[in-house]
Write a protein of this length. Structure first.
Length: 267
């Protein structure tokens, strides 16, 4: 990113950061008010569900953006994307972990990222049940409730691996890869929520995440958080992650080459 872009962001970012935090907390209150209650659930596709709460939460965020930055582009999981040509693009997942939310499993949150000229420069994640607010800003570190967080220093044999739960979509390569990783790490987890997985990685509670089928609204804020916490995120070829990625590896950095070698061999 150029020096002029950095200076420009310095003037503009605080307003957008404040909006992102406030919007995520507003959505958090909606999620808390409706968690455990009867929901209107519809299918978006094969075993892909959405609720009326997803749409309502999305509306809250989009309204806040349009009232304050009406020329910014907005990409959200539940709406059709119509680009305006702005240098800014908001990337929204109103409920990451919708299936958990539907089944009263307490693992879900809201993700809001901001892209500037093609690069994600701000990420906010809010986990309402635990009142955890995660914030990452390009070049300024990663924070949980205002306290700096960093990735772990665990080795591969000590590592907790978080693995993609959508095995049915890429059964053979995902099972081969999981088999190749299983005896190299200490243990394996599946949470069904990318924001939970990546926040745990960023604060050193887990050490690796391997995803095959994520969308940009799932990972945009979380991968910036991991990087700003000192970790590393790449595609399966070892190139730095981008918003066009689907498969990626995120890690504490220390184990990244080993994980990348195994994944490249099996995919």
């Amino acid at each position: 990113m150029s020096e002029s872009a950095v200076r420009f962001l310095g003037k503009e970012m605080d307003k957008r950061k404040d909006l992102a935090i406030a919007a995520c907390k507003d959505v958090g209150r909606i999620l808390l008010d409706n968690f455990g209650k009867r929901l209107r659930v519809k299918s978006k596709g094969d075993r892909d569900l959405v609720t009326h709460i997803d749409k309502g939460a999305e509306t809250v965020i989009i309204k806040a953006i349009k009232e304050n930055f009406d020329e910014d582009d907005i990409l959200s999981e539940e709406s059709r994307y119509t680009p305006c040509g702005s240098r800014y693009k908001w990337i929204i997942d109103p409920i990451d972990g919708t299936h958990n939310f539907i089944h009263n499993i307490e693992i879900f949150g809201t993700s809001l990222a901001l892209e500037f000229q093609g690069e994600v420069v701000l990420g906010v994640i809010y986990m309402p049940l635990t009142e955890e607010l995660y914030l990452a800003q390009k070049g300024k570190g990663a924070y949980r409730n205002g306290k700096r967080i960093i990735v772990s220093k665990r080795t591969l044999k000590e590592a907790t691996l978080i693995y993609d739960s959508t095995i049915r979509l890429n059964r053979r390569p995902m099972l081969r890869t999981l088999d190749g990783l299983a005896d190299k790490v200490f243990n394996i987890r599946m949470f069904g929520s990318t924001v939970r997985s990546l926040t745990y990685l960023a604060e050193g509670k887990a050490d690796i995440e391997v995803e095959f089928n994520d969308k940009v609204w799932d990972f945009a804020a979380g991968l910036l958080l991991v990087e700003e916490a000192g970790g590393r995120a790449t595609d399966f070829q070892g190139r730095r992650w981008s918003t066009s990625a689907t498969g990626y590896i995120a890690s504490n950095g220390l184990v990244h080459k080993d994980i990348l070698r195994i994944v490249k061999r099996e995919v």
